[in-house]
Design a protein around this ligand. Structure first.
Ligand code: SF4
Length: 469
């Protein structure tokens, strides 16, 4: 007779994937779960010992090593230790591009009423320093923040001045399309070790199509080259967004990243915010995205096998959750959710939002996730009524569907996404595109690890090693 410990399971093809509370997974034959719960596993079986050591069953009501198990769970949740560490400053929503999927609701280049004000930035920086986190990431976004270098300089200098007292570790990130990296801007980035996060959607014809411009690609490539030369290659990274058009070109996109000297790519789908909300059929889009992801990942694995090192970052994040005891600082795959716990947004107009997506909803006059203004008290914003209401729905451990999903510890909760797509922050998993995408991708990765272990694990382990380094 043995006791059952909490575990969840999922059937994939003819196997059962059993996952314990700490996220360790076990692949078993069909009917294993039935045998476990009906106490049919005999102590003579090898499986019995495996289940014991995996904290799926126990010979005592409380296992002897429960404290070790608790430590592992606490380590997985240690991303919560410092509370909000990513502070996004939207310096302007003006932009010099015209992306077909724009999620930031950008305005035309000359309309300076869409720039932030110095007094907003100063108050937002005060709020940022109230965060208990000893290390902060200050990310500058737009629109296109390179259009307002004076505001960027002011925000950084103000932060440096105040940090003499707070002594926090601060990382600066400039999210830019790299079209307008002037000498003034590069000088600021050099002086304050600002990291450049740029966007590159793939080869020239595709990138230009997505940007709504004919010359964007050449300018971006020139901007990336300039930033690499002046700041160092390791200070420049790129992100891609998969438009409907991009779905046709997985291999071409990866080749263009390699061609432009990148050793990693993040296959990012569209999010249903901003202009991207008009994309006709989200279900069809996500079905196609999942196929795109699988094709692209296969191509990337093959490249690695042939000696070309390139990481797919979403896979690497999920692998870290599946194969290591460590937490992942990726706000989309967190429970409790990334909003407020890990990220906060100070908008150009002086209001504070729960996440980047929340402020995008506000551009369409939906202020559901506006937490207050930069002049409000820290406590009222971060612990106020709206934050408390969101806390009721922001963890996979207790929302319906996720609470008994085998992939709970690899996935995340996203009330803003639920609200945006289903008009309800709680969300409904059976029709959720977020759920569909994550379930498909996590299942696929587990299948790769179990069915093609010898082929993919050496590649995946290299990725994990590189990301730890
Ligand atoms: S969103 Fe879906 S895949 Fe993720 S934990 Fe919830 S039910 Fe599972």
């Amino acid at each position: 007779m043995y006791y059952l410990l909490p575990f969840r399971f999922e059937r994939i093809d003819n196997k059962e994937i059993i996952v314990n509370e700490a996220g360790d997974f076990w692949v078993a034959e069909t009917n294993t779960v039935d045998r476990i719960v009906n106490r049919k596993i005999s102590p003579d079986e090898e499986l019995y010992k495996d289940l014991l050591s995996s904290f799926i069953i126990s010979e005592q009501p409380i296992p002897d090593l429960i404290d070790n198990y608790a430590t592992r769970l606490r380590t997985k949740k240690s991303f919560l230790d410092g509370f909000t560490s990513l502070h996004i400053f939207v310096l302007t929503i003006r932009c010099n591009q015209n992306c077909i999927y724009c999620q930031a609701s950008s305005r035309e280049c000359s309309a300076s009423i869409y720039d932030s004000k110095k007094e907003y930035l100063a108050s937002a920086i005060d709020l940022m320093f109230k965060s208990p986190s000893p290390s902060l990431t200050m990310e500058f976004q737009g629109g296109e923040p390179s259009l307002v270098p004076d505001l960027l300089q002011y925000a950084i200098e103000e932060t440096e001045r105040k940090n003499i007292e707070y002594k926090k570790q601060i990382i600066y990130v400039l999210c830019t399309n790299s079209i307008y990296l002037t000498d003034q801007l590069i000088e600021i980035c050099n002086k304050y070790s600002v990291l450049i996060s740029t966007s590159l959607d793939g080869p020239e014809f595709l990138h230009n199509h997505n940007r709504g411009k004919t010359d964007s690609y050449q300018k971006v490539i020139k901007g990336i080259a300039k930033a690499r030369t002046m700041l160092g290659a390791d200070r420049v990274s790129a992100l891609m967004t998969t438009s409907e058009y991009s779905l046709n070109y997985p291999e071409e996109i990866i080749d263009s990243y390699l061609h432009n000297g990148f050793q990693s790519i993040f296959l990012r789908p569209l999010n249903p915010y901003g202009l991207a909300i008009d994309t006709s059929d989200w279900n069809m889009y996500f079905d196609r995205f999942i196929e795109f992801y699988k094709t692209a990942l296969d191509y990337i694995i093959n490249l690695n096998k042939k000696g070309t090192f390139i990481i797919e970052e979403l896979t690497a994040l999920i692998l870290r959750k599946i194969l290591t005891p460590f937490p992942v600082g990726f706000v989309d795959l967190q429970s409790p959710a990334g909003i407020i716990n890990s990220v906060i947004v100070y908008n150009y107009d002086g209001y504070v939002y729960a996440s980047d997506e929340s402020r995008m909803l506000a551009e369409y006059n939906d202020f559901t996730f506006r937490l207050g203004s930069v002049f409000d008290r820290y406590e009222d914003i971060f612990y106020g009524k709206k934050s408390q209401d969101l806390a009721q729905v922001w963890a996979t451990e207790f929302i319906a569907g996720c609470a008994d999903c085998a992939f709970q510890s690899y996935c995340g909760a996203d009330p803003v996404r639920n609200y945006s797509t289903q008009k309800d922050p709680y969300g409904f998993r059976p029709t959720s595109s977020f759920c569909k995408k994550h379930k498909a991708i996590i299942s696929h990765i587990i299948k790769l690890i179990t069915e093609r272990e010898n082929e993919v694990l050496p590649v995946f382990k290299e990725w994990l090693k590189r990301n730890e380094g």
